[in-house]
Design a protein. Structure first.
Length: 71
């Protein structure tokens, strides 16, 4: 039997995703700052690209959280 759709804590879960994603961005930026001279151009670009995707994800989480708040 399927679980009932309990959306009561969706906003809270979305905020946790936002917070964790922001922490991952900061951690990656700190890593880049500390190890910039040790990284290849490709490694640096990979990290920067991943942070860009993380920032896009945050925008989606924020939009979804607004939608949840309106319901």
């Amino acid at each position: 039997m399927a679980k009932p759709d309990n959306r009561a804590d969706n906003e809270e879960h979305l905020q946790e995703h936002i917070d964790q994603t922001q922490a991952n961005i900061q951690e990656a930026e700190n890593y880049l700052d500390e190890h910039a001279d040790e990284l290849s151009v490709n490694e640096r670009q990979t990290i920067e690209d991943k942070n860009h995707r993380r920032k896009e994800s945050i925008k989606g989480f924020v939009d979804e959280k607004k939608d949840e708040a309106e319901q």
